[in-house]
Design a protein around this ligand. Structure first.
Ligand SMILES: [Zn+2]
Length: 454
């Protein structure tokens, strides 16, 4: 097996990926808090991790991909009260919506989803150990906090120890009774009428950070290979996870490879409800094929901040169309292309070399497009090309192989050309006409509308 390298936020360098157990990777990614429709930022994060997990599998690793579902949280309680439903009903509803949206994006790599509320015993056990070790304390309202002054490595992931106003801090960390301003909540005492679990910690519910370490300790043990999440979770969330697990297990590092995906902006602005540019996955899928979104997220490097704008999406659409058209026009799986073997081995090696180096998709895609360009100049490509593209598709998931000349692909291009003509965008309508022509489809503008013939 070739060496794969990956960037870890902990070492701040690209490292060789060497799992604790040879050939097997324990891979955890922070999942959603299920109180609302998932948004475009979720689409980016989870599509990029879906691609990473699938690529590692294709490279021969057995990847156990675990994702938590935060199904108890202040936001859930609040939203349920607003809608006058039980918190559990709301959480179940949005968990299903999240899973449906992930499937709609082709994100299928997760091995197991773990709900926080199914791990209360593990959470209580962890908090109890921290109390026993005198690392945590109970305040007068009954909530329990971790005292960060007791953990000397606090800050080693993020390089920070202080909260800022802009951090994504769960509101349950606000308390007048904390010893230190940065101390974080492990167990939140419940007020009258709030959901709670009654046990030796007192009536309450878990803090935000504790569910992840309780779930991963139960499923993976005290140490594992890869922890992923979006970049804004580094502090305080991931810093707190390290603090909890390393202090109770005495084993470091808790996780060796911390993998973080870059931000997503919309038209160069942060996405937010107050700016009116908030987009749910469902909104976006009304306007774009899921394949275009996958192509857009995967063709950009996962660590780079991306901007979602019409231009960038148009570019993604065109890039994908070039691959679609190549498959459509030139690839014949029944044709024996043994003479192409060397050329295909070469591009495959280049492609993998780029991805093995911290998932460098821009470089890998450049190699793929060089190949497509070269093959387009030939009469046709056969089964070896077909197999190569199928292999790639097992982890990118945006290619389409079942195109026939009468299918919706052409219909959609014709409709797109009609729309361009209606909008007097003749450059675009000509471009689509040429594209159709290159596929052997001739267009006629008639009184009864656009007709086409092959
Ligand atoms: Zn998390």
């Amino acid at each position: 097996m070739n060496q794969i390298k990956i960037y870890s936020t902990l070492s701040k360098s690209v490292e060789e990926l060497m799992p604790m157990e040879e050939g097997k990777i324990k891979f955890f990614v922070c999942g959603p808090t299920v109180y609302d429709f998932p948004h475009l930022g979720h689409a980016k994060t989870y599509t990029q991790f879906d691609f990473i997990a699938k690529y590692l599998r294709w490279r021969g690793f057995e990847v156990n991909y675990l994702q938590n579902i935060t199904d108890i949280d202040d936001k859930i309680i609040q939203r349920a009260a607003e809608r006058n439903v039980e918190w559990k009903q709301l959480a179940d509803e949005f968990e299903q919506i999240y899973k449906d949206d992930m499937l709609a994006l082709g994100n299928t790599a997760v091995s197991k989803f773990a709900r926080a509320t199914d791990y209360i015993e593990n959470i209580v056990s962890q908090v109890k150990r921290m109390l026993d070790m005198n690392l945590a304390y109970k305040v007068s309202d009954g909530s329990i906090y971790f005292e960060i002054a007791k953990f000397k490595d606090y800050g080693k992931l993020s390089g920070r120890t202080e909260l800022k106003e802009t951090d994504g801090v769960s509101r349950i960390d606000e308390s007048d009774f904390k010893r230190g301003w940065n101390d974080f909540c492990l167990w939140k005492a419940s007020k009258e009428g709030e959901p709670s679990w009654d046990n030796e910690l007192g009536k309450g519910r878990p803090g935000w950070h504790i569910e992840d370490t309780a779930i991963t300790e139960a499923e993976f043990g005290p140490q594992y290979d890869i922890h992923g999440g979006a970049i804004d979770l580094i502090f305080p969330h991931h810093e707190a996870e390290i603090t909890q697990m390393e202090s109770i297990s005495g084993k470091a590092p808790f996780v060796r490879y911390w993998v973080h995906t870059g931000f997503l902006n919309i038209n160069a602005q942060k996405m937010s409800k107050s700016l009116g540019n908030f987009k749910t996955i469902r909104d976006v899928l009304k306007n774009y094929d899921y394949r275009v979104l996958r192509y857009f997220f995967i063709s950009n490097h996962y660590r780079v901040a991306m901007d979602f704008n019409e231009n960038a999406l148009e570019q993604a659409k065109n890039g994908l169309a070039r691959i679609d058209e190549f498959i459509f026009n030139k690839v014949d799986a029944a044709y024996d292309d043994k003479d192409d073997e060397a050329e295909i081995s070469k591009v495959k090696a280049k492609f993998c070399q780029a991805l093995d180096n911290d998932l460098n998709t821009p470089r890998a895609f450049a190699a793929l497009f060089d190949f497509v360009r070269a093959r387009n100049a030939k009469e046709k490509s056969g089964k070896r090309t077909f197999e190569f593209l199928n292999q790639i598709n097992s982890f990118v998931g945006f290619m389409k192989f079942d195109q026939t000349k009468s299918d919706e692909f052409i219909e959609s291009l014709v409709a797109e050309r009609d729309a361009a003509r209606a909008g007097k965008d003749f450059a675009k309508s000509d471009e689509i006409r040429d594209r159709l022509l290159s596929m052997g489809v001739k267009i006629y503008d008639t009184k009864e509308g656009t007709k086409y013939r092959m």
